[in-house]
Design a protein around this ligand. Structure first.
Ligand code: ASP
Length: 306
């Protein structure tokens, strides 16, 4: 049975942004599900879902991403194929509208796994991806956010809510042939130093897929997730017998207790069981199966056995 599970960030999303997140999640579920419904593969489905969210300014991926400290959009993305363990990633790209499509090209058409900056852009261009001006990815809302973050930083303070905002996007899918895939795309964190790469596009940190166990995508403060290789940590717990739901909540407890990390995670195992968890007040998530479409911004933690 085919399943698509996606996220669009985990943070203390204000009420007025909930509608835009839910719309973006529904559109992305539609885009990914069209692929799976017509018998398409999990890789195509996660690419379509993530691409739809990159094209939506609501999220911190593609156009509308957070800006670096020097006012540019700089994106990271990774895709992984659970059937073959092939992976493709790009980091610090500034001239690509859909970084996930460049990541797909790396996965399909390169013996390497990861390209960064100009090298990634040259590779993408050589494989048919149009390069665009960085200003096409920058929106006024994010110029405002950067201005506010800099003002706060000059006063030695943090830019409260947006300092903890995580609008990275991701998808995991299981197709009719039993293959898993995962994809994650991000503009990183607000006011980041140019050249910084987060967890989202690093194998095993923010994204992983293995047909023998599960597929994962995360969102959150990337540095703690990277230090704990959190995505693979969660997948390994599923391989060791935990359910995806148990592994998801355990991962968020682990990153919080060990490194005060915050964010969210989605997991899908090879038998189609799903897990989603966050330790922020909200997380934008959606799921589509042949019988059901669901989307929301808050998850209830299952009660622990006494
Ligand atoms: N995890 C991403 C990063 O650190 C940011 C996010 O999820 O919003 O780059």
């Amino acid at each position: 049975m085919a399943i698509l599970l996606i996220h669009g960030g985990a943070w203390s999303m204000p009420d007025e942004l909930v509608g835009a997140h839910e719309r973006g999640i529904r559109n992305a579920l539609g885009a990914g599900w069209r692929v799976l419904k017509s018998g398409g593969c999990a890789l195509d489905a996660v690419e379509a879902a993530v691409r739809s969210m990159e094209d939506d300014d609501t999220f911190d991926a593609g156009r509308g991403s957070f800006l670096t400290s020097d006012g540019r959009v700089q994106c990271d993305a990774l895709m992984m194929d659970g059937a073959t363990l092939r992976a493709g990633g790009v980091g610090c790209v500034e001239h690509i509208r859909n970084p996930i499509c460049a990541a797909r090209k790396v996965l399909e058409e390169s013996p390497h796994v990861y390209f960064v900056a100009e090298g990634a852009e040259r590779f993408a261009a050589a494989h048919g991806i149009e390069l665009i001006d960085n200003c096409e990815l920058v929106i006024e809302r994010e110029r405002e956010h950067l201005r506010a973050a800099r003002e706060k930083a000059a006063q030695g303070q943090e830019f409260e809510i947006f300092a903890h905002s995580h609008d990275t996007v991701g998808a995991v899918a299981l197709d009719a042939n039993g293959n898993l895939a995962a994809a994650t795309s991000t503009g990183g964190t607000l006011n980041k130093t140019p050249g910084r790469v987060g967890d989202a596009s690093l194998i095993g940190c923010g994204t992983y897929a293995d047909n023998q166990s599960a597929a994962v995508s995360t969102t959150g403060w990337g540095e703690p997730f990277m230090k704990l290789v959190l995505g693979k940590w969660a997948v390994d717990r599923i391989a060791a017998g935990a359910s995806p739901e148990e592994a998801a909540w355990a991962a968020m407890d682990y990153v919080k207790s060990r490194l005060k990390g915050h964010g969210g995670i989605i997991l899908l195992d090879r038998s189609g069981r799903i897990g989603m968890a966050h330790n922020t007040s909200r997380m934008a998530v959606g799921c589509r199966t042949p019988d059901r479409e669901w989307c929301g911004v808050k998850l209830e933690r299952p009660s622990q056995p006494a």
